[in-house]
Design a protein around this ligand. Structure first.
Ligand code: PLP
Length: 434
């Protein structure tokens, strides 16, 4: 079977991300809640959770209703119905900065379209992004997000190196990369160049966990206003994760444009771009910035997103449970690191948590987040945890660990079992065994 798979599917997978380092792909036979089973019927607790999209579990009840409802109206509807409006109203109710909304399908597509809107609105070409922030794999933004590609840094400005082969060199002319939380360089870049927009994850959750320091977001907001630059929050990962208002509610900053996906559909492939009426009015059919496509606003996905958001709004206890689980995991795992004398630290935001071996001091920029990573110890622990039934836990990326996803559907029992496996791994591998 493996031979046929590898012959037909590139690298044996349909999605490159599913080929985990050390193990390659796990062929999944079924999922249920926060669990999955492989082809040998081995059960795992899932910490990948659809790359952060399965916030309501892998098999949520609302999805069945979404399928039935969409099918009863005509499954493939791609035309306008009342449901796109209902979904837009729901999003706007919780994220009021999204005054006007367009639906798309993926985060990669939406961040690309969001910067196109910024260009169309300002008539300028360049975009500022922060090192280590991930905005999908479109050719405009797939720069400076993998530690293998730490570009040279001169006067705070980082050489733009692409995160994939096949990206034309010229694309780097349109992007300025700086370190997250480096306000001085940000000011300098804004005053010197032809900048249309700045895009960031308000709290960086995709590769490393990086918080905005003190008044960083407030200052960015002020500077964007001062220079007429469009401020774009990529809330593909953070949106609806900590609360229904997104990270922008937590940090009390209104961006000009927000991009949502992942938890918006809780497994249904949908994304939304929304923002200030004046800015979004450049989009077709009002303006001539074209953001349309065969699958945009397809009823099934719209219905899925609508019912997912209704489920989240009906159950505020999901969020309180998630925050408790998240704090519990961070506290207990940090205690275990201390107990076993492991140089490392655990940090997170609303269930998106990174376990970093090699240093206790993770800063809030990418360079400090990846420095001193003890890959060898990490890989041993990753292998142990995987073999003992934890999926997507301690997943090593190329140069830093991938954070895990705890969801409101995980239980304290799941977390305790996980901590037990984690502790057994530490007992086995740690030098200062106690
Ligand atoms: C913050 C962020 N932006 C954009 C993307 C790309 O989204 P997609 O995988 O739907 O293309 C991701 C994916 O992980 C992400 O985490």
């Amino acid at each position: 079977m493996d031979n046929i798979r590898n012959k037909l599917l590139i690298g044996g997978v349909s999605n490159g991300w599913n080929s985990f380092s050390v193990y390659g792909p796990t062929i999944v036979s079924k999922t249920e809640g926060v669990y999955l089973w492989d082809n040998n019927n081995k059960k795992y607790i899932d910490y990948c959770m659809g790359w952060g999209s399965h916030f309501l579990g892998n098999t949520p009840e609302f999805a069945k209703r979404a399928f039935e409802l969409a099918y009863s109206k005509g499954f493939g509807i791609q035309y306008e119905t009342d449901f796109q409006l209902l979904l837009a109203q729901k999003i706007n109710q919780y994220i009021p900065s999204m005054e006007k909304i367009r639906f798309t399908n993926t985060g990669t597509e939406s961040t690309m379209q969001a910067i196109k809107i910024a260009r169309a609105y300002t008539g300028r070409d360049k975009i500022v992004k922060f090192e280590g922030h991930f905005h999908g794999v479109n050719d405009y933004l797939n720069f400076g997000n993998d530690a293998s590609l730490l570009g040279d840094k001169e006067d705070g400005i980082i050489t733009s190196l692409p995160g994939s082969s096949g990206i034309p060199k010229e694309m780097s002319k349109y992007i300025e990369i700086i370190e997250y939380n480096d306000l001085e360089t940000f000011k300098k870049v804004l005053s010197n160049s032809d900048i249309a927009g700045v895009i960031l994850e308000p709290v960086c959750l995709a590769s490393a966990i990086m918080y905005p320091q003190d008044s960083f977001l407030t200052e960015i907001r002020k500077l964007c206003d001062m220079y007429g630059i469009v401020l774009i929050f990529d809330e593909v990962m953070s949106g609806f994760r900590s609360n229904l208002g997104g990270a922008q509610k937590d940090f009390e900053i209104n961006p000009d444009i927000t991009v949502l996906s992942k938890i918006l559909g809780c497994g249904f492939p949908i994304s939304a771009i929304g923002g200030k009426t004046e800015i979004l009015s450049v989009v077709d059919p009002i303006g001539d910035c074209v953001i349309s496509g065969t699958n945009n606003g397809r009823l099934l996905n719209v219905m899925g997103a609508l019912l997912a958001l209704e489920e989240l709004e009906m159950h505020p206890e999901y969020y309180s449970h998630l925050h408790r689980l998240s704090e519990y995991f961070i506290k207990k795992s940090n205690e275990l690191l201390i107990q076993y004398g492991v140089n490392g630290v655990v940090k997170g935001y609303a269930g998106r948590i990174v376990i970093h071996f090699g240093t206790t001091k993770l800063g809030d920029n990418f360079r400090s987040s990846v420095s001193g990573w003890d890959r060898e110890f990490h890989n041993k622990m990753y292998k142990y945890c995987y073999e003992n039934g934890l999926y997507g836990f301690l997943l090593p990326l190329k140069y830093c660990p991938e954070p895990i996803c705890i969801t409101p559907k995980h239980t304290f029992d799941d977390i305790d079992q996980t901590l037990e496996i984690f502790e057994n791994g530490l007992k086995l591998y740690c030098k200062n065994n106690v």
